[in-house]
Design a protein around this ligand. Structure first.
Ligand code: RIB
Length: 293
């Protein structure tokens, strides 16, 4: 473990995931019978927060859950991970939820009901700006309103805090109103829409990371392109693997680790080996043992 744990603030979504195992992703008009159902905590923001905490970060979460039982239990679950939840608000709108189909190859299809994730405002973020100003890195995704994400990024950049954005799920609103960040983490599909030529100016970042599943991860800076092979695994369920990569990368890069992408690749690969989003996120010990192996 690094001597001083990096302080990571995540502004983002918290969902309750209902994951249904199906033989294949249903086609339009098709009805399928699921072989099992798993209900667990998820949401891209909170998945990244849990991944960062398990990877060794001192993590604070800013987001919004409902005043329902799921919301109360979600906050307790984050606290049991050692995550600071002073920035998690409660809304009269129910806690966000996601309905996920996972097929026999581990591929998935997700429908999200944003719920309380859309009740958070830029003013709520300003209310917790001291958390952001004190961070080593701010980690963002796009499941909360874009204005919230943009305001958080502005506060961080004014304070010299590194901003890491995973623009997922990619939206027309984001494509039309991009903003400057330090690190942009995208998959190949997102990269093709944001910057087909993999251009840093177009992507509005200094450091562009493109994850490509089983193929090498691309790390693009003004010095050129580096390719880092991910470990070879046979995925069971890829839900949350990208979030795990982002959370682990935020910690390892804040520690100044030169192998930050290798560390994040290992974390993301391990996250595909178990069912569910947060239940599958590895600890730092598991990541390091896997890297040694
Ligand atoms: O990235 C995976 C996440 O996307 C799931 O946990 C689900 O909640 C959706 O937000």
């Amino acid at each position: 473990m690094a001597e001083k744990r990096p302080r990571i603030v995540v502004v983002g979504s918290l969902n309750v995931d209902h994951t249904l195992r199906v033989p294949h992703i249903p086609a339009p008009g098709e009805t399928l019978t699921s072989s099992s159902m798993l209900t667990c905590f998820g949401g891209k923001g909170a998945n990244q927060a849990v991944a960062a905490a398990r990877a060794g970060g001192a993590v604070s979460m800013i987001g919004c859950v409902g005043q329902d039982d799921f919301g109360a239990r979600y906050i307790e679950a984050l606290q049991s991970e050692g995550i600071d939840t002073t920035g998690v608000l409660r809304s009269a709108t129910p806690t966000g939820s996601a309905f996920i189909a996972v097929d026999d190859h581990g591929e998935n299809s997700i429908i999200v009901n944003a719920g309380a994730n859309h009740a958070i405002t830029p003013e709520d973020v300003e209310h917790h700006e001291e958390l952001i100003r004190g961070a080593d890195a701010l980690l963002l995704q796009l499941e909360c309103p874009l204005a919230v994400v943009q305001r958080a990024a502005e506060i961080a950049r004014e304070a010299g805090v590194r901003v890491v954005l995973n623009p997922s799920p990619l939206s027309v609103a984001y494509l039309g109103a991009r903003f400057v960040v330090d690190v942009l983490i995208v998959n190949e599909g997102e990269a093709a829409q944001i910057t087909p030529n993999r251009n840093l100016r177009e992507a509005m970042c200094r450091h562009l990371i493109i994850t490509r599943g089983a193929e090498s991860t691309l790390c693009i800076t003004e010095d050129g392109v580096i390719e880092i092979e991910p470990p070879k695994v046979t995925p069971v369920d890829t839900v949350g693997a990208g979030d795990t990569f982002a959370g682990a990368f935020a910690v390892a890069s804040s520690e100044g680790r030169e192998d930050a992408i290798r560390f994040a690749n290992a974390a993301g690969a391990l996250a595909t080996l178990k069912a569910g989003s947060q239940p599958a996120i590895p600890t730092r010990g598991e990541i390091e043992a896997f890297m040694r192996g």
